[in-house]
Every structure is written in C-alpha cells, then in structure tokens.
Design a protein around this ligand. Structure first.
Ligand SMILES: [Zn+2]
Length: 453
C-alpha cells in the first residue's frame, strides 16, 4: 500500500535506518527511490480516451506511476532506468470484468479442478496477454480467496483478482448445468439475505446474480430484491447476468450496478432507459465472445492452431475443443441472438452507456486472456472505435471495480499496470496482442517464465 515515503524524495537517515532493518528482516523489495524507471518515446494511449501522446515519457517509481506526458514536459531524474519505447504503443493493463478462473474446462465443472494452483495459472495467462486485473463472477470456492489474499499480501505476483465469491441463482438454475451445484441456489428472500451477509464476511468485491433460464429455473424477483437490499447495506455492488430487457429494468429499479452479457431479447430499448443507464454509470459487459464461441471454432478451426493457444491451454483441452467444434452446429436462433446483442452493444455505446470488457474466460473453449482480446475485437466489430474499446478495457473496468483511484489509466499516482505493443491498436484493436512487455505493479513481468497451464 502507499506509504508516505515515495512522495518524499528528500529522505533522511532517520527514515532509512528502520527501513534498512525492515528490508533485512523481510527480504523485501528495494526502496522505491532506487527503483525508478522511465519508458521513453512510446505513443502513450493513457486509457482516458483523449488524443494519444506521440512522443511520451512515463516515469514509474516503485509500484506507482510518478509522471506521464509529452517528453518535453516530463523531466527524467538522474539514476532512472531508461526503457526505449520508440516505435511502440504504451497502454494501461487490461481489465476483464467477467471471468471464471479455476475451471479446467467444461462442459461439467469438477469442483476438484478449482485449486489455487489452477487459479494461479489462469491468472498468469491473463497477465501474459496484458490483462492485469480480472473480476471473477460467481463461481469461486475458498481457493480463490486464498489466491486473492496472497496476491494482495504481495506474496504472489500475478494478475489482480477481484471476486464475487459464489453467486445467486434459483435451485437448479444456471449455471448449475455447467458448473454443478457450487453457487447459492435459493428461492427464499430470507435465506438470500443470510447468504449475502456471509459473502460480506468473505469481503467479496461484488455480488453476482444469474437472471436467466426457463421460468421454473429462474431466480424469483422477491429474492433478487432481497439480495439487492441486503447488498446495499454492506455497500457491495451487485452485477447480474441477464438476457432480457424486462429483467434488466427490474434490476436497475432495485439498484443493480452492472450487467454481464447484453440485452438480447429485443432491440426496442427506449432512449429514456438508455439515458437512465448513462446517468447511473451502469456498466454493461456484453461478453459477446461467449455467444460467438458457439460456432467460432467450427468456422475457424485454424484459430486453435494459434501458437498462443498451445502456449496457454492444456493440450487435451484444446483437443477436446477441436472435437466439439467439429460436431457443433449453431442454430439460426443463436445467430440472431448474437446479432441482436451486437446491435444493442452499438446502440448502448452510442447512447453513452458505459461498456466494459468481459470474456467469461474459464469455460470449455473460452480461453483465459486470449478471449479477452477476442471480445475487444467483437466490440470493435459491433461498432465501437478502437479508442472506445481501449477505454472500455481499461478506465471503464476500473470504474466497475470501484478502483479508478488506483487502476485503469496511465496517470500520476496510479499503480503501474501497463504494457507495450509493437503495432498501433488505434488502427486495429487486434494489435493489442502484439505484446512486447507487460508491467504489473511497477515490475516488468517475465512473460516467458510464467506458468500458464
Ligand atoms: Zn459468466
């Protein structure tokens, strides 16, 4: 955490002595002031959506960004380690708001797969692809909390994990068909309140509700209302998996902060409702890729030959996805629903509704990190400008996490989560995969050394 030290360059011996002994005892990182880096000459795309800075300097001191701006206005202190960024593009670390780490890959979730080790590897895969923060949405068991603790304590250097713990659904409702009975399945408002309190005791970062499925398996509105009411008392933001406009309206009326997936039963969304979403800063995470995966590898089996797939996904899992893709047949209804979600994404974005990036990464063919990038490409296909996609994946992600003071943009005072790419992402967001280097918490990541699978 931010101690006062890195704000004061003029340090005194009285300060250094205890620090010296602290370092001796803890074997900790060196003092901030001896650990300054300057990334010089890159095109800076800072995540705020303004014009890029073509010849920039970004100074990182310890874990934080100290200065960022045009080369002419950012002096580089003596003794600073210099990194040549010329010809490169510097962007904030990406934030994936919708993941499910620890799953080995469906169709049926095996609880035993949800180990700290597998969660760490999944998080490493996100990190490898420039995703420096993820929000796990509702399928977490105790190992995820242990990993989050290690990451926050600083004993584990990997992508930041935010978690909703176990989400809410009706008995037998989604996602139990895919993951088994590991989430909070209830029809009782009183029981739901108790379970919200239990999640609050786990210090969850969000609460997730699945509002989908046939009526008999869909969570009841009084239960939803109880969850939202109780979560408000604990000041925990509630985000819901939705499909229909009517459910979305009901959730907004009762205080939901954000949504996974896009409205996909209708395109008849009123300008008034869109204006309301905008004024509430409600964040929509369309997760289009999850829909596209129903046919993506059937139509493009060559995508599975991408070397990054082999690098980041277990071989038997890739083989399973290949076999499933050969047998898969997407229905016309699936396509229509996807097209509707694409058009609504464009409509919501054009109305100024906040759009975030989420991949649903973790399910069978939804590969961690890789599919974050696929989702960004789909947002661009839906009609968002590359700059808007980058803002969605960075600043808006931080807004959704309630962490804009620390994350999401390259600005003085923020944590130094950022990466360099070798081609211009403003020409094509797919260039965000051309990663040269990733920095997490002010430290360059040894990408080649990360264990991803
Ligand atoms: Zn999900």
């Amino acid at each position: 955490m931010l101690t006062g030290t890195r704000r004061h360059a003029g340090l005194r011996a009285a300060f250094w002595l205890p620090v010296f002994f602290f370092l001796l005892l803890s074997g900790c990182k060196p003092p901030e002031e001896s650990n300054q880096k300057a990334i010089i000459g890159a095109v800076l795309i800072d995540g705020r959506g303004g014009p890029p800075i073509s010849d920039s300097v970004v100074i990182v001191a310890g874990s934080r960004i100290r200065a960022a701006g045009p080369r002419a206005s950012v002096p580089i202190p003596a003794g600073t380690e210099k990194i040549d960024g010329s010809g490169k593009f510097l962007v904030p670390g990406l934030i994936d708001l919708h993941v499910h780490p620890g799953a080995r890959g469906g169709p049926v979730y095996v609880g035993a797969d949800h180990t700290a080790e597998r969660i760490e590897r999944n998080l490493n895969a996100y990190l490898y692809f420039g995703v420096t923060s993820v929000r796990s949405m509702g399928t977490d068991l105790p190992p995820a909390f242990a990993v989050r603790k290690a990451e926050r304590d600083g004993t584990l250097a990997t992508t930041r994990l935010f978690t909703a713990g176990a989400g809410f659904t009706a008995p037998g409702g989604p996602p139990s068909q895919e993951v088994g009975h590991i989430v909070n399945e209830t029809n009782s408002p009183d029981d739901a309140r108790k379970r919200v309190a239990a999640l609050a005791a786990q210090n969850v970062d969000a609460i997730k509700i699945w509002v989908d499925g046939p009526p008999a398996l869909k969570i009841k509105r009084p239960v939803i209302e109880a969850i939202l009411d109780e979560a408000r008392k604990f000041q925990i933001p509630v985000t819901a998996h939705i499909a229909t406009l009517s459910d979305t309206q009901h959730l907004v009326d009762n205080g939901a902060a954000g949504f996974m997936h896009m409205v996909r039963d209708t395109e008849d969304v009123s300008p008034e409702f869109l204006a309301r979403l905008r004024s509430l800063s409600t964040v929509f995470t369309p997760t289009l890729v999850r829909q596209e995966l129903a046919w993506l590898y059937t139509e493009h089996p060559e995508l599975l030959d991408d070397p990054d797939v082999a690098r980041s996904v277990e071989a038997d899992r890739v083989a399973g996805v290949k076999a499933a893709a050969r047998a898969a047949k997407a229905s016309a209804a699936d396509r229509e629903e996807f097209d509707r979600a694409m058009r609504n994404t464009r409509k919501f974005a054009a109305a100024g509704v906040l759009i975030g990036v989420g991949s649903d990464g973790g399910s069978a063919s939804d590969f961690p990190g890789l599919m974050t990038h696929r989702e960004m490409a789909l947002l661009a296909e839906a009609g968002l400008a590359p700059m808007d996609v980058i803002v969605a994946a960075t600043r808006t992600g931080a807004v959704a996490l309630g962490k804009l003071a620390d994350l999401g943009t390259i600005e003085p005072g923020k944590l130094a989560d950022l990466f360099l790419v070798t081609a211009n992402p403003l020409e094509d967001v797919r260039n965000l995969r051309k990663i040269q280097a990733v920095m997490l918490n002010g430290q360059w990541v040894d990408r080649a050394g990360l264990k991803l699978k």
